[in-house]
Ligand binder design. Structure first.
Ligand code: ADP
Length: 597
């Protein structure tokens, strides 16, 4: 309260006014009092001098000075006034305070000179005879029209000074009391007047800083209280709105933070004002570190910079795509819109921009895969078709009559047709599996029985290459799967094992029933798969050695079909292999209760 300008400013003015008026008033009164005292003394001296004019004329006319001397001595002691009778030549005839014989000629005294000339005179000066400052009044004495001398009355000016000092002291004390009293009253009055304003200012300050406290209880009274009441109502409304805004803001934050899409907002100077979690993940941002920094400095991507500027210039959202290589390989589609600036915030010339990023990496990958797949399928179909066409045309061109080669050409046509058929069957299987069809016929299936049947089917193929085909399991092991799918898995794996194992090798099918899973392993002693290819062999048309695969009648789809089926059964497939060290494909099925059987 005491520290407010609101108090000190009026208080200073009031204080100056009180002090000035008191001092001026006091000084004027003292001066007036002093003049009054002097005037009264002068009057007294004049009256005395006038009263003594005729006795003095008598005394001078009859040369009866001694009587006059005794009269003035008595009188002077009573009225505390010095009285002197001076001849017209300045000789002193009588004096109430000194022996006239001892006094020098007074002809040079200014009051006497004036009195002889004009009738009366006065002066205030130092008395050589008494050695003190005196006030003199002199009157001319005439006898029968002739000037015979002057009578002079005088008082010690010390009297005046004493009286003036006494009055000065009293008036100064009064002035001091008035000042102290006035300042106290002014202080209390101003404090009372400004107190409600100070409270109002405090409240308004809280309102502007957003810290809205409980409204004060105000009594109904003067205009300030009314203003306070209005401010209280405003505070209530504002605090309600602030709470609502805060709630909305928090809800918006939760939505933005929970979004899969990355959202980043920049202000008119391109500085980052908001970035949600998704965008932080995409660009490895740290909100705490990067908030407030220019977007071009943080993201270092020309496309984003261009996007911000284009969005700012247009009323429509700007759409684009970017590819990130670091920190992760990402394909993002983005949509940027200028944030419409309100009329209040138009201080910055540029509007802010909000950019939403969609991660389209997966879509992009699938799109690429689809494109590759179509290209691969066309290529894979074209190769046997071209062979069939070439052999058929050769036969038509006359080779049909060439008994040495015609059968060979026809055999090649049949082989290529088989290959085409195999390829189409595998493509159909893939298409079926990818569309999610035909893998719904789940049941408890005896894996041992299916494995045995598969080994039997491939026995003749194995025998051609003198490959030993064995299984370790004879007891039934049940898995929850689809019988046809299981057969297809085992056929593909055993077929691959036989294809990629040189003559005199071994291919074994092992089945182990463990406490929590069933493990199926197809192991061969073949050419193995180098470690750097193992991640990709389950992709469609991926082959370690294309020429060898084709030569062995491979379609490049076998393992892709296996992977799809295994996934559909809720199982997992792993490959354990190394170049020239043989290969083991291992499928782990989750355990099936007997109750399901
Ligand atoms: P393919 O019809 O060419 O055999 P797959 O999808 O069945 O196609 O297999 C993909 C590739 O994986 C094969 O081309 C081959 O390079 C490799 N591969 C699969 N099984 C084996 C195995 N048992 N031994 C060595 N390589 C194999």
């Amino acid at each position: 309260m005491w520290s407010t300008r609101l108090f000190w400013k009026p208080f200073t003015y009031f204080s100056l006014l009180i002090i000035l008026s008191s001092v001026i008033g006091g000084a004027t009164t003292i001066r007036w009092q002093q003049e009054q005292i002097i005037r009264q003394l002068e009057l007294r001296l004049r009256n005395t001098a006038i009263a003594l004019q005729s006795p003095a004329e008598e005394a001078l006319a009859h040369q009866d000075i001694e009587d006059f001397q005794s009269v003035i001595q008595t009188m002077a002691s009573q009225i505390n006034t010095r009285i002197t009778l001076v001849g017209k030549q300045g000789q002193v005839f009588a004096d109430s305070h000194k022996d006239p014989q001892q006094l020098d000629n007074h002809g040079d005294r200014p009051e006497l000179i004036t009195a002889l000339k004009t009738g009366n005179g006065s002066s205030k000066r130092f008395s050589d005879s008494l050695g003190i400052e005196m006030l003199y009044i002199a009157y001319r004495i005439e006898h029968q029209g002739t000037t015979v001398g002057c009578v002079r009355a005088a008082v010690n000016t010390q009297q005046i000074s004493d009286q003036v000092a006494d009055i000065q002291f009293k008036i100064a004390t009064l002035v001091l009391i008035i000042i102290v009293g006035g300042l106290s009253i002014a202080g209390i009055g101003i404090s009372k007047m400004t107190q409600p304003v100070v409270h109002l200012i405090e409240e308004a300050r809280e309102l502007t800083s957003g810290q809205i406290k409980k409204p004060r209880n105000l009594s109904k009274g003067n205009e300030f209280d009314e203003l306070g009441q209005t401010l209280n109502n405003l505070s209530k409304t504002l605090s309600k709105r602030m709470r609502q805004l805060e709630r909305n803001h928090n809800e918006l934050l939760v939505v933005l933070e929970g979004m899969k899409e990355g959202v980043i907002a920049v202000d008119g100077s391109d500085c980052i004002r908001f970035a949600n979690e998704a965008v932080c993940r995409m660009f490895s941002l740290d909100v705490k570190r990067d908030e407030g920094r220019p977007i071009w400095e943080v993201l270092r991507n020309q496309m984003i910079e261009t996007t911000v500027h284009k969005a700012r210039k247009s009323d429509e959202p700007f759409h684009g795509k970017i590819e990130l290589l670091t920190p992760h390989e990402l394909h993002l589609s983005l949509s940027a819109s200028a944030i419409p600036s309100s009329s209040h915030s138009s201080s910055s010339k540029n509007p802010g921009v909000i950019i939403v990023f969609h991660d389209i990496t997966e879509i992009h990958r699938l799109e690429n895969m689809r494109r590759d797949f179509v290209a691969n399928v066309s290529h894979e179909l074209k190769t046997p078709l071209a062979s069939i066409q070439a052999f058929a045309e050769t036969l038509i061109d006359g080779a049909i009559h060439d008994d040495d080669n015609n059968m060979l050409f026809l055999t090649r046509i049949v082989e290529q047709s088989d290959r085409l058929n195999l390829l189409i069957q595998d493509l159909l299987s893939i298409a079926r599996l990818e569309s999610g069809e035909n893998v719904t016929d789940f049941a408890s299936v005896d894996l041992t029985e299916i494995a045995q049947r598969c080994l039997n089917d491939h026995q003749s193929h194995a025998a051609k290459k003198n490959i030993t085909l064995v299984s370790n399991q004879i007891d039934s092991v049940w898995v929850f799967a689809e019988a046809d799918g299981l057969t297809q898995i085992l056929d593909n794996l055993v077929d691959n094992a036989l294809k990629y194992t040189p003559e005199d090798g071994t291919v074994s099918v092992n089945i182990q029933a463990e406490s929590r899973a069933v493990r199926l392993q197809v192991t061969d002693t073949g050419i193995g798969i180098p470690a750097d290819h193992q991640d990709r062999i389950f992709e469609r048309f991926y082959r370690v050695d294309k020429a060898r695969s084709r030569q062995l009648g491979g379609t490049g789809l076998g393992l892709a079909i296996v992977k799809h089926l295994v996934n559909a059964f809720g199982a997992e497939v792993d490959v354990i292999s190394a170049a020239d060290q043989g290969t083991t494909f291992q499928i782990t099925f989750p355990l099936v209760d007997d109750g399901d059987a």
